[in-house]
Write a protein of this length. Structure first.
Length: 69
Protein backbone atom coordinates (compact mmCIF):
# COMPACT_ATOMS: atom_id res chain seq x y z
CA UNK A 1 0.00 0.00 0.00
CA UNK A 2 2.82 2.44 0.83
CA UNK A 3 4.45 1.85 -2.57
CA UNK A 4 1.20 2.68 -4.32
CA UNK A 5 0.79 5.83 -2.23
CA UNK A 6 4.34 6.94 -3.03
CA UNK A 7 3.77 6.25 -6.74
CA UNK A 8 0.58 8.34 -6.79
CA UNK A 9 2.22 11.18 -4.87
CA UNK A 10 5.01 11.27 -7.46
CA UNK A 11 2.49 11.21 -10.33
CA UNK A 12 0.51 14.10 -8.86
CA UNK A 13 3.57 16.15 -7.95
CA UNK A 14 2.98 16.01 -4.19
CA UNK A 15 6.67 15.90 -3.37
CA UNK A 16 6.00 17.69 -0.08
CA UNK A 17 4.06 14.68 1.23
CA UNK A 18 6.53 12.25 -0.29
CA UNK A 19 9.36 14.01 1.53
CA UNK A 20 7.43 13.82 4.79
CA UNK A 21 6.93 10.06 4.30
CA UNK A 22 10.68 9.69 3.69
CA UNK A 23 11.55 11.70 6.79
CA UNK A 24 9.29 9.50 8.96
CA UNK A 25 11.26 6.31 8.26
CA UNK A 26 12.84 5.16 11.55
CA UNK A 27 16.65 5.10 11.32
CA UNK A 28 16.87 1.41 12.16
CA UNK A 29 14.53 0.60 9.26
CA UNK A 30 16.24 2.98 6.83
CA UNK A 31 19.43 0.92 7.28
CA UNK A 32 17.59 -1.98 5.66
CA UNK A 33 16.33 0.01 2.70
CA UNK A 34 12.91 1.23 3.82
CA UNK A 35 12.11 4.35 1.79
CA UNK A 36 8.72 5.53 3.08
CA UNK A 37 6.80 5.33 6.34
CA UNK A 38 3.02 5.63 6.16
CA UNK A 39 1.43 4.00 9.20
CA UNK A 40 2.01 4.58 12.88
CA UNK A 41 3.45 1.46 14.44
CA UNK A 42 1.31 -0.13 17.11
CA UNK A 43 1.04 -3.26 19.15
CA UNK A 44 -2.37 -4.80 19.59
CA UNK A 45 -2.10 -7.70 22.02
CA UNK A 46 -4.85 -10.29 21.69
CA UNK A 47 -5.04 -13.52 23.67
CA UNK A 48 -5.20 -16.69 21.57
CA UNK A 49 -7.97 -18.81 23.05
CA UNK A 50 -8.65 -21.06 20.06
CA UNK A 51 -6.48 -23.11 17.75
CA UNK A 52 -8.14 -21.46 14.74
CA UNK A 53 -7.17 -17.99 15.96
CA UNK A 54 -3.63 -19.10 16.80
CA UNK A 55 -3.23 -20.70 13.37
CA UNK A 56 -4.45 -17.48 11.76
CA UNK A 57 -1.83 -15.43 13.65
CA UNK A 58 0.98 -17.90 12.92
CA UNK A 59 0.05 -17.88 9.23
CA UNK A 60 0.20 -14.08 9.22
CA UNK A 61 3.60 -14.05 10.94
CA UNK A 62 4.90 -16.64 8.48
CA UNK A 63 3.82 -14.58 5.46
CA UNK A 64 4.87 -11.18 6.90
CA UNK A 65 8.27 -11.66 8.51
CA UNK A 66 10.13 -8.74 10.03
CA UNK A 67 13.74 -9.39 10.89
CA UNK A 68 15.15 -6.71 13.16
CA UNK A 69 18.92 -6.95 13.13
Amino acid sequence: MAYEMAKRLKETGRFDLLLKMEQMVPKEQAKYGKLHHVFKQSFDCKPCYTKKFMDQKLDYIHHHPYAKK
